[in-house]
Design a protein around this ligand. Structure first.
Ligand SMILES: NC(=O)c1ccc[n+]([C@@H]2O[C@H](COP(=O)([O-])OP(=O)(O)OC[C@H]3O[C@@H](n4cnc5c(N)ncnc54)[C@H](O)[C@@H]3O)[C@@H](O)[C@H]2O)c1
Ligand SMILES: N[C@H](CO)Cc1c[nH]c[nH+]1
Ligand SMILES: [Zn+2]
Length: 430
């Protein structure tokens, strides 16, 4: 964990180093993932079996797909209260993503020329659900519901099952969301299987979902062969807090993302030196209260930071530079800060909005860009599972108006066949 103060002479250099520090990205992970992808491409299921034995500790023995009977049984076994909470989450997530469905459009200009666009769903989508350290059944809902709302016909879910036994809650969430094709594979090998197809796993057009550095890097490397939602790697939280925030609550907020992965990152920015001190003082008890303390401590020690600023007006520039996955504004006037922020995956407004509410059931998606990628990408939404086809229709009048200048442009670009396809029609009096 590092402490920075914006008034210090070395602040700019130390802040830049914090912004640029890779967390489980780069050389080693990239090379390991490249090898795994190539192995799966060449050897299919045989490679998957070996990699699953190595990383998830069991031999799938040709049984990669989880039978539908096993999924149905899981749904029956899940605790009724938990199921009710999952159903509430599913309905809120569905309602949010239904409103997100993008609209088709058509317009006719003064020449009678029609232009517009039409959205259509991706045909086959792969959904990655993390399962290495914790079986994230909430990620099943966050992946599958927008895909269903978009109208994707074929959903293929992959999730690692360490030791071989699938998690009941993950299967129940899949059943609730309408996914019944589930493979018990994870990591870069599962992403590669979805991209190339193997004897058992069908190839898809698009892969969505979060994961650790290996999963995120595999999606990044395979982009172009398949589409991806974004690079959604190890979780991050940036908290901006003022003196009105409760230090014990903030300590828990910081650990809520640190507990995901040793390569997660939690940062506190505050204009209150006494709050910074109080949060640090509250952390030991916060670690003691959680069974995931080992992971959370590893993340906090390696990647955590507390940044003191003189005034909250300094915060937006720092937020935009960090472009965090999650931004919690625990300040008196969160909207005033939010109005000045451009780069953040998802924003949580005010003292009473824990990020964890968004992780589970508020409605917005929890699959979000990490590693500063909120500068150029957005959280998972309905539109990720759709693509836009534009169209154009010239009537006789529109063609007569637009043809000659288009032919002129084609000739100037040195592309005579383009020009001819226009002038032949003009000559014909089309
Ligand atoms: N950005 C988001 O939207 C978001 C959402 C939810 C979770 N997450 C992140 O998802 C991640 C979940 O990670 P996880 O590990 O629990 O589960 P995971 O399913 O992402 O990864 C587990 C797999 O990683 C692979 N792996 C592990 N060590 C490896 C190694 N040394 N070499 C090659 N492959 C290896 C294995 O194949 C294993 O099956 C966390 O980092 C969490 O923060 C991100
Ligand atoms: N915080 C994660 C996204 O970074 C999502 C999640 C799932 N379960 C709990 N949290
Ligand atoms: Zn979380």
């Amino acid at each position: 964990m590092q402490r920075l103060n914006s008034a210090s002479g070395d602040f700019a250099a130390r802040f830049r180093a914090l912004v640029e520090a890779g967390r489980g990205e780069g050389g080693d992970v990239s090379a390991a993932v490249r090898t795994i992808i190539e192995d799966v491409r060449q050897r299919g299921d045989a490679a998957i079996a070996e990699l699953t034995a190595r990383f998830d500790g069991f031999d799938p023995a040709g049984e990669l797909r989880i039978p539908t009977g096993r999924i149905d049984a899981a749904l029956k076994r899940v605790d009724k209260d938990l199921l009710a909470a999952m159903e509430l989450a599913a309905s809120r997530i569905r309602a949010f993503h239904e409103v997100q469905r993008p609209a088709d459009h058509q317009q006719v200009d003064e020449t009678g020329t029609r232009t517009g666009w039409r959205y259509s769903p991706i045909a086959a989508a792969g959904l990655y659900v993390p399962g290495g350290r914790a079986a994230l059944f909430s990620s099943v809902l966050m992946n599958a519901i927008p895909a269903k709302v978009a109208g994707v016909e074929q959903l293929v879910m992959v999730t690692p099952t360490p030791g071989g036994e699938p998690n009941d809650e993950v299967l129940a969430a899949a059943k609730l969301a309408g996914v019944d094709t589930i493979y018990r594979i994870g990591g870069a090998q599962a992403v590669a299987a979805l991209a190339f197809g193997t004897e058992s796993v069908p190839a898809v057009d698009f892969i969505a979902g979060p994961g650790n550095a290996f999963v995120a890097e595999a999606k990044r490397q395979l982009y172009g062969r398949i589409g991806i939602d974004m690079v959604a790697g190890p979780s991050e939280i940036l908290i901006v807090a003022d003196s009105g925030a409760d230090p014990a609550v903030l300590a828990a907020d910081l650990l809520s993302q640190a507990e995901h992965d040793p390569t997660s990152q939690s940062i506190l920015i505050t204009d209150s030196p006494s709050l910074a001190q109080a949060v640090l003082a509250a952390l030991p008890a916060a670690f003691d209260a959680i069974s995931t303390a080992e992971t959370a401590r590893a993340s906090w020690d390696a990647n955590g930071a507390v940044i003191e600023i003189a005034d909250l007006s300094e915060a937006p520039a720092l937020i935009d530079a960090l472009a965090p996955e999650h931004l919690l504004l625990a300040v008196r006037d969160p909207d005033a800060v939010f109005a000045r922020v451009r780069h953040a995956g998802s924003v949580f407004l005010g003292y009473d909005t824990p990020e964890a509410i968004g992780d589970y059931l508020a409605g917005p998606n929890h699959v979000l860009p990490t590693g500063r990628r909120a500068r150029f990408s957005s959280g998972l939404g309905t539109a990720n599972f759709m693509k836009r086809t534009t169209f154009l229709g010239c009537g006789p009048e529109g063609f007569q108006a637009l043809g000659p200048p288009a032919a002129r442009l084609a000739e100037a670009e040195g592309l005579p066949a383009h020009a001819l396809s226009i002038t032949r029609r003009l000559d014909r009096g089309a």
